[in-house]
Design a protein around this ligand. Structure first.
Ligand code: SF4
Length: 458
């Protein structure tokens, strides 16, 4: 796939590394994926070129995550396997960054001493400097408790030429008891609106048509900012500014927090032409008791009020959500409340997770309330069946309708099928060989499944 290089910072090239091949192996969420684009950008600005796979790489960066089940075991298992990779050629370099490195600090070094550089989420932009130091002096670990530079100061290599992540905020001020983010990503810091708008304009000049605003809690954007002593910019105002950018076609955002939705944000989604009518509303649980144990800052009733508010303002909005099944002390009745809220909300799709205790989070210490695995598995299947039924209905509403489709890729299963997204974010397939990536076309939807749509060119 074609790549785009965006150089924002001047880096002194290390002649011994120019032309070497790098590979970035990413685990976890969109924030990590975007961080990996920054790491790739820094490597490329240092003169390295991207390898097709880790086997062909001289420099390998493992961007770690702590969210998924058994993430720590998987990480140390991966690092164990990579020892062979590292040892097979003397000038190979292995770097480990991301949330697990930030959380475990010295543990990565202790368990995998063959790693050349261990760095945290707060000093990602220092990666080249650390690599230089490791080459001169041997393995190095640098984990900062506070952020040194915004990762957005780094250059970036994007996977897609037409869609781009745009970080508007890092860190999180909430304290959800299942989540490691506040301790590994630090407090919420918003970028200045002018910087975000400039970056968006730059992306458009490079051919980007769709941007996805990225942050842990995007709809609280700006609450830490004072611009020239005046009121903070709200998320809705940021959307307005971005909507004015000529050449930009679509704006999405992820992830908002249900408790922080303001009416003005919803009016912005409704009225601004380029803002997609797609809203992610992470439920996590439908039980007020469990939501309180999760520290989510809303109860079942408040969540349902938000759903009503969103639907009353944004006509035919596409809603998506996250649900955790089997949080400590979740009873059958609590789970039934989750099913009730899912039924009521009619999400187009949900991301479902089985609760997995993450060391370093308050939920990890709720051991006496942990739910048996077979109960979690059963509930998970029940939720999946319900959501598949709802998604079938929700996706079928598009059949016969006309939509705008941004072509982004070829189908993994069939190279003659192109895929992209319609405004609502639904994956849509089209069998048209004359189209190109980046085309924004009018299509008619002729078929649906609970997971994707099928379209024809109009
Ligand atoms: S809002 Fe909660 S789940 Fe989301 S990043 Fe912050 S602490 Fe984690």
């Amino acid at each position: 796939m074609e790549q785009t290089v965006e150089i924002k910072s001047k880096i002194n090239l290390n002649p011994s590394r120019v032309g070497k091949k790098y590979f970035v192996k990413t685990f976890g969420c969109q924030m990590n994926e975007h961080d990996s684009e920054r790491i790739a950008g820094l490597f490329q600005a240092d003169g390295m070129i991207q390898a097709q796979s880790e086997e062909h790489a001289d420099i390998l960066f493992v961007n770690t995550c702590t969210i998924r089940e058994n993430a720590d075991d998987k990480l140390y298992g991966t690092l164990g396997q990579l020892k062979k990779w590292k040892d097979s050629e003397s000038d190979r370099r292995l770097l480990v960054g991301g949330c697990a490195a930030q959380k475990d600090k010295e543990l990565v070094r202790k368990k995998a001493p063959w790693v050349d550089v261990v760095l945290g989420t707060h000093n990602l932009t220092n990666v080249i400097n650390l690599l230089n130091q490791a080459e001169d002096w041997g393995p190095i670990t640098e984990i900062l408790d506070e952020i040194s530079n915004m990762p957005t100061d780094a250059p970036s290599i994007r996977e897609s030429q037409y869609s781009a992540w745009l970080t508007i905020q890092i860190g999180c001020n909430n304290s959800c008891t299942f989540c490691i983010v506040p301790s590994v990503r630090g407090e919420e810091i918003s970028r200045r609106p002018a910087d975000i708008v400039n970056e968006a304009k730059q992306l458009v000049q490079e051919g980007v048509k769709e941007i996805t605003l990225l942050g842990q809690n995007v709809n609280s954007y700006g609450r830490d900012l004072r611009i020239d002593g005046k009121a903070r910019p709200y998320f809705a105002q940021l959307l307005e500014k971005l909507n004015e950018i000529e050449g930009l076609e679509r704006i999405r955002f992820i992830s908002p927090h249900p408790k922080d939705f303001k009416e003005e944000t919803l009016y912005a989604v409704r009225d601004l032409k380029k803002v997609c009518k797609q809203i992610h509303v992470p439920l996590q649980s439908g039980s007020s008791k469990i939501l309180s144990k999760m520290h989510r800052g809303y109860n079942k009733e408040k969540f349902l009020e938000k759903i009503d508010l969103i639907k009353s303002i944004v006509n035919d909005v596409s809603l998506t959500s996250d649900v955790i099944v089997g949080f400590p002390s979740e009873s059958d009745d609590d789970f039934i409340e989750t099913l009730d809220v899912v039924k009521y909300s009619q999400f187009d799709s949900i991301y479902m997770f089985k609760f997995s205790p993450r060391p370093g989070t308050p939920a990890f210490d709720m051991k006496s309330d942990f739910i048996e695995k077979n109960i979690i598995d059963k509930r998970f299947i029940q939720l999946k069946e319900l959501q598949t039924e709802i998604s079938t209905k929700r996706y079928s509403r598009f059949v016969g309708s006309q939509q705008k489709l941004l072509i982004e890729n070829t189908s993994k299963k069939n190279k003659n099928v192109l895929t992209g997204k319609i405004d609502g974010g639904h994956i849509t397939h089209i069998e048209e060989t004359d189209l190109e990536f980046g085309d924004l076309i009018n299509v008619q939807i002729y078929d649906s499944t609970p997971f994707f749509l099928k379209a024809r060119l109009i």
